[in-house]
Design a protein around this ligand. Structure first.
Ligand SMILES: *Cc1c(COP(=O)(O)O)cnc(C)c1O
Length: 314
């Protein structure tokens, strides 16, 4: 359905896209139960995060995020000349809400976090919103559909909350580039000012059509998310049986470590077998690899590649 609509839209490419994205916003507001004035769309959520930094942050205040999180936050902070403060995750890689008590900078949280996959509860996010009602909290819910709880409904209770989501992960539309922000209409109006001053045509016709198709097909979406959450638990069980320990992920990846090997070694050996995972050569992540969930056959392939590694090393 998404592809058919996008192909149809491709026939109208002599026309600019609707700068108000009315048709798409109507579907978004139906799906999320929000008013159109509470939604902005962007060319991927990365663009929205950049616009939010432009709209709401100044070199005097700057931004603040955990020491381990999505790598693009420090990049866009630097691009916008914003000082970036980091707050260490706890020993168990969870976010400690109390550590943000005295932070006056705009706080950005990926929830679930990347690359840990660990999610904060809505109660903890509520606590952080109430620590300082004059401080903006941006919650980046790129992976929320894989099993965490969205704080989107809280935008009605807190005017200092901006929720950002993407069509790149749970809706399999990374190549279409679509993200959305949800928040109080005053926040959204400020974001729209930045968008209209940068590129009012930031989302193209084919992407809008594909996104409408994706939003209408609720069953496909729900089933896809369910399968990934189910496969994640299969992956974690299989990894555990091979001696790996995994952080408790609510995302479409797991961060896994096995005593006695570092992440880079696991990465290199798996790469030789044609399986790509990710490692980080930095203090708190050195022992880990991040493994995308994938299909059951991909999980089987990973597990057999890992088993043959352990035979070689033991
Ligand atoms: C993938 C990802 C994004 C970017 O998504 P796009 O919509 O593709 O720009 C933002 N934040 C996090 C945490 C992500 O994992």
């Amino acid at each position: 359905l998404a592809m058919r609509l996008a192909r149809e839209a491709a026939g109208d490419l002599q026309l600019y896209p609707d700068p108000d994205a009315s048709a798409l916003k109507e579907c978004l507001s139906d799906f999320y139960g929000l008013d159109q004035s509470e939604i902005m769309i962007g060319n991927g959520s990365d663009e929205i995060l950049n616009m939010a930094f432009q709209a709401f942050c100044s070199p005097e205040d700057g931004v603040c995020f955990p020491d381990i999180t999505y790598g693009f936050y420090p990049v866009i902070a630097k691009l916008n000349g914003l000082p970036a403060k980091t707050v260490p995750l706890r020993e168990d890689y969870t976010v400690a809400p109390e550590d943000y008590e005295n932070i006056s900078e705009t706080v950005v949280l990926a929830n679930p976090n990347a690359p840990t996959g660990i999610a904060l509860s809505p109660e903890d996010i509520r606590k952080m919103l109430e620590q300082n009602p004059g401080r903006l909290l941006i919650v980046d819910e790129a992976y929320v559909d894989f099993g965490a709880v969205s704080v989107l409904p809280l935008i009605r209770d807190y005017d200092n909350l901006l929720v950002v989501q993407t069509f790149s992960k749970s809706r399999s539309l990374a190549g279409g580039r679509l993200g959305l922000a949800a928040g109080n209409p005053l926040l959204i109006a400020d974001l729209e000012t930045v968008r209209n001053s940068t590129n009012p045509y930031n989302v193209n016709r084919m992407t809008m059509a594909a996104a409408i198709g994706a939003l209408l097909d609720r069953d496909y979406f729900a089933e896809n998310c369910r399968i990934i959450a189910e496969n994640r638990e299969k992956l974690v069980a299989a990894l555990s049986s091979l001696g790996f320990s995994c952080l408790p992920s609510k995302a479409n990846f797991v961060l896994a470590a096995r005593p006695g090997t570092d992440g880079e070694t696991v990465y290199r050996k798996l790469k030789e077998k044609g399986v790509l995972v990710r490692y980080w050569n930095r203090p708190r992540l050195r022992d880990y690899v991040r493994i995308s969930v994938g299909s059951v056959s991909e999980i089987d392939e990973l597990i057999s590649a890992l088993s043959s590694l352990s035979e070689v090393s033991s």
